[in-house]
Design a protein around this ligand. Structure first.
Ligand code: NZQ
Ligand code: ZN
Length: 389
């Protein structure tokens, strides 16, 4: 196990009706805020009105900026920065999913910075300070409610880039599983794939003696495998929604990655897909992950066999662990398929023309490679994308 520092100060307020506490919670930090939200689900569900009432009751003045799109755009982030500067706002409340939260985080680091916020996503500058961000979460998926990252898209450049700094960690996250009842089946499934991907990015490691975190990852994955079909069958069932929501946070709040080096190659490849085709991040992952696994499993057959046996209940074939490993990958793929996700690029109408370009852009973010479990150069990324066709 590697040395590590674990510090996740995001306060989690979890359970039924908890959104009514938002005004009181915000009032400890600011009396004038930006209320940031997405494309309409929070209006339709009545959540936005409930949040407004709670803020008013808490004596909070708020300025609204809606319209965050999935794969949030830097153009709206720039608008938010202007608004916060003009009104002297020091705190942002994000009501929505990963896209809204990431947009809020980018505004938060952009306000005190004199240059253009995109500099942070090109890594030509790093943020020194940020406004506070609070969250009311409506979809378990990205884990942004307790993560130190924000992922922003620049449509003009067709680039999607992540920024990671402790400054981005939300101060609090209000998580009521009831708010996820309204999620369409496809969004529920996409969120599930992202949560599972966050766990698997950490699981596939070269670090030895990480038994506790291996077991925690496996438990989190099994929780998803049993609860996601339940939530799809009964979208209004609280218990399965609650299990998924809490797993989504634990999957990406850094606990499961303590003492080990994660991979992150599949995420890096997926970001190139959603940057160009604007597909849901989770759907991109359900396509990339099985292909990545088939490309790299020989690097550590024993780890893949362990994954197959402990997560997917594949009977261990000690004489032929490769068979066990491949059966595990197959079962994961079938699971994604069974919950309505694509497992091939062609199902998202993505053709081969831009595979080379995606592979080149993907490795440009690192020093000519991506991933840690197995270092992938552009040729390897191209091969994975071809396997995913
Ligand atoms: O915009 P509205 O109308 O609200 O609709 C949203 C959106 O269309 C809808 N939705 C959300 N909550 C709902 C709902 N519909 C009905 N009922 C509800 N309760 O769902 C759609 C997707 O929302 P979005 O916020 O885009 O989803 P998600 O949470 O999956 O976020 C995806 C973004 O997060 C990034 C992804 O790359 C992507 O841009 N990620 C952020 C990470 C981080 N900050 O740590 C890590 C992740 O790996 C990921 O890269
Ligand atoms: Zn993700």
């Amino acid at each position: 196990m590697d040395n590590f520092v674990f510090c996740n100060p995001t306060k989690i307020i979890f359970g039924k009706g908890t959104e009514s506490q938002v005004g009181a919670e915000v009032s400890s930090f600011s009396s004038k805020i930006l209320l940031h939200f997405g494309g309409g689900s929070v209006v339709k569900s009545g959540l936005l009105d409930r949040v407004r009432s709670s803020l008013k009751a808490g004596g909070i003045q708020f300025f609204e900026l809606g319209g965050v799109q999935p794969n949030p755009r830097v153009s709206l982030v720039r608008e938010g920065i202007e608004l916060c500067r003009k009104e002297g706002i020091q705190f942002i409340l994000a009501v929505g999913g990963g896209s809204v939260i990431d947009s809020a985080k980018a505004i938060a680091v952009g306000v005190p910075y004199l240059g253009d916020v995109w500099d942070f996503f090109e890594y030509s500058a790093s943020p020194k300070s940020a406004l506070g961000v609070g969250v009311v979460l409506t979809i378990p998926a990205a884990g942004s409610e307790a993560s130190s990252s924000a992922v922003i898209t620049n449509s003009e450049l067709q680039l999607k880039r992540g920024l990671t700094t402790e400054l981005l960690r939300p101060i609090f996250a209000i998580m009521n599983p009831e708010l996820t009842f309204s999620l369409p089946a496809y969004q529920t499934a996409c969120g599930a794939a992202d949560i599972m991907a966050h766990i698997m990015e950490r699981y596939f490691t070269n670090t030895a003696h990480v038994d506790l975190t291996d077991r925690m990852c496996e438990a989190a994955l099994r929780t998803m495998v049993s609860n996601v079909p339940q939530a799809l069958k009964d979208p209004y069932g609280y218990d399965a929604r609650a299990e998924i929501m809490w797993t989504g946070t634990v999957a990406h709040n850094d606990l499961l990655g303590t003492g080990r080096v994660g991979d992150w190659g599949s995420h890096s490849i997926e970001h190139e897909i959603s940057a160009i085709w604007d597909v849901a991040h989770g759907a991109g992952l359900s396509v990339v992950f099985p292909a990545w696994m088939r490309h790299v499993y020989r690097h550590d057959v024993a780890r893949f066999a362990q994954f197959a046996s402990r997560v997917w209940d594949v009977e261990m074939d000690f004489r032929n662990p490769e068979r066990t490993a491949l059966e595990g990958i197959g079962r994961m793929e079938s699971f994604f398929r069974s919950i309505g996700l694509p497992i091939r690029l062609s199902e998202m109408n993505i053709t081969e023309e831009r595979i080379g370009e995606m592979a080149e852009k993907c490795v440009l973010k690192g020093k000519g490679f991506t991933g840690n479990f197995v270092r992938l150069d552009a040729a390897a990324v191209r091969e994975i994308l071809n396997l995913a066709r």
